[in-house]
Design a protein around this ligand. Structure first.
Ligand code: GDP
Length: 267
């Protein structure tokens, strides 16, 4: 077990529930199944964030699949105020039994929620949005390893990023999808290989997006020919007219990450 997972296990003892933040564009790839066991006995809400960048039908499908698996799931965009209000309410619905029990006992204390998820899924953005940007960091709590940050809201304490939850390498396809999303460490990524994979996958699965975004007509062409055509169309050429794959690759992946390629659900 990695140190991050151990740290999370430790923190779980003192929270009432977990918000597991997933990227709506790759919900399964961004779910680390090894952590399923860790969260087994906790109330948990799956949050498909960045749904503004995902295909609506695909998001609906994911929600119904996860619900069939017994996981309560919501989709949202962290930038959407009413969706954040809805999330806030859902947390209390999730914890209703416990809150009712507390009430019977005359106990009134903030609920404690861990916000978990692999890098870049929007955890910080969601915490900021839930706290209305006026977050108060309350520091360490008893029973929790030092160094963890709690964010106090009116009636809720949020545990901010208790160690980075590592992406899982369940299969090569998921790993590649996580790299598209920016959830892997970019420093270890060969962007030219990644962009080549991206073109190879998208030309088959989402040809319309490649056509509309880059003005490519012949999607039956080899991936390398499409890559070259994008270099030409976007002006990524070096002196002497050679293709500037390095710059073109970064642009292609950046387009996808920022939602400029179009809305998809990859898995
Ligand atoms: P963390 O690593 O999980 O804490 O992720 P961040 O909160 O730092 O978010 C990563 C990036 O995704 C930032 O550039 C955010 O602005 C962006 N982001 C977060 N949530 C959303 C969302 O719902 N929609 C879009 N389009 N971008 C988002």
């Amino acid at each position: 077990m990695t140190a991050a997972v151990r740290m999370m296990e430790d923190s779980l003892k003192c929270v009432d529930g977990v918000l597991l933040i997933l990227d709506a564009r790759a919900p399964r790839a961004s779910l680390n199944p090894k952590l399923g066991k860790l969260f087994e006995n906790k109330k948990i809400l799956y949050v498909l964030n960045k749904s503004d960048l995902a295909d609506e039908e695909g998001v609906k499908r994911t929600i119904s699949e996860f619900r069939k698996e017994g996981k309560e799931t919501v989709s949202l965009s962290a930038t959407n105020k009413s969706a954040i209000d809805n999330l806030y309410n859902k947390i209390f619905v999730m914890l209703k039994e416990k809150l009712d029990r507390n009430k019977e006992k005359g106990v009134f204390k903030p609920v404690r929620i861990m916000v978990a998820g692999i890098p870049n899924t929007g955890k910080s953005t969601i915490i900021n949005a839930l706290s209305g940007g006026k977050k108060t960091v309350t520091g360490d709590k008893a029973g929790v390893t030092k160094g963890k940050q709690w964010v106090r809201l009116k009636d809720m304490d949020l545990l901010d990023t208790p160690g980075t939850m590592p992406p899982a390498f369940q299969n090569q396809t998921y790993a590649v999808h996580l790299a598209y999303l920016g959830s892997m460490n970019d420093a270890n990524i060969d962007f030219e290989d990644l962009a080549f994979e991206f073109i190879s996958e998208f030309k088959v699965r989402f040809p319309e997006l490649i056509k509309n975004k880059y003005g490519i007509e012949n999607l039956d062409a080899e991936p390398i020919d499409i890559f070259n055509e994008i270099c030409v169309k976007r002006g990524f050429l070096m002196k002497g007219g050679e293709y500037d794959y390095a710059r073109c690759s970064k642009a292609i992946i950046d387009d996808f990450r920022k939602g400029r390629t179009g809305k998809v659900v990859l898995d």
